[in-house]
Write a protein that binds this ligand. Sequence first.
Ligand SMILES: Cc1cc2nc3c(=O)[nH]c(=O)nc-3n(C[C@H](O)[C@H](O)[C@H](O)COP(=O)(O)O)c2cc1C
Length: 149
Amino acid sequence: MKALIVYDSVYGNTEKIARAIAEAITPSGEVKVLRAGEANPSELESIDLLIVGSPTHGGRPTPAVQNLLNKVPELQGIKVAAFDTRIPTKLVRVFGYAAGRIANNLKKKGSTLIASPEGFFVTGGQGPLKEGELERAAAWAKGILESKQ
Ligand SMILES: Cc1cc2nc3c(=O)[nH]c(=O)nc-3n(C[C@H](O)[C@H](O)[C@H](O)COP(=O)(O)O)c2cc1C
C-alpha cells in the first residue's frame, strides 16, 4: 500500500498528529508525509490512500490545504480520510471544522472516504495538544487500515 499524508501546521501540533498517523500506518506500507504547500498534485495520482489534515482556521482548512484541494485531480479509486486540529470550546463550534470540509471536497473528486472525519484537540490556540491525542491519532489511523471499504 502506498499512502500519502498531507498536512498544514502553523504551530506544529497538526504536524505532530500527521507524524503519529504516519508512524501508525508505516508497518502496512510505504508512507510519505508532506506539507500541503510542498505537495505536488501529481503525487496524488499513484497512491492507494490519501490522508489530509489541517488546523481549523475560522472553521475551515488553511489556505495551503485549500489551494492543494483546488488543484487536486480526480481521485477515483483512491481511499481517503481527513482530520483537523481544533480548540475544544463551544464558541468556535458554530463555525464548523476543517476535517468535514476536507472530506467533502475529496469525496467530490470520486475518492472513497474510509473513515469519519476526525478532530484532535489542542489546549490553546498554539497548543500544546491535549494529553492522549497522539495516541488517539495512532488508533484512528490503525482503524482506517482495518476498514473494509
Ligand atoms: C487564524 C486562526 C483561526 C482559528 N480558528 C479556529 C476555529 O475556527 N476553530 C477552532 O477550533 N480552532 C481555531 N483556531 C485554533 C487552531 O485550531 C489551532 O491553532 C490549531 O489547532 C493549532 O494547530 P497547528 O499547531 O498545527 O497550527 C484558529 C487559529 C488561528 C491561528
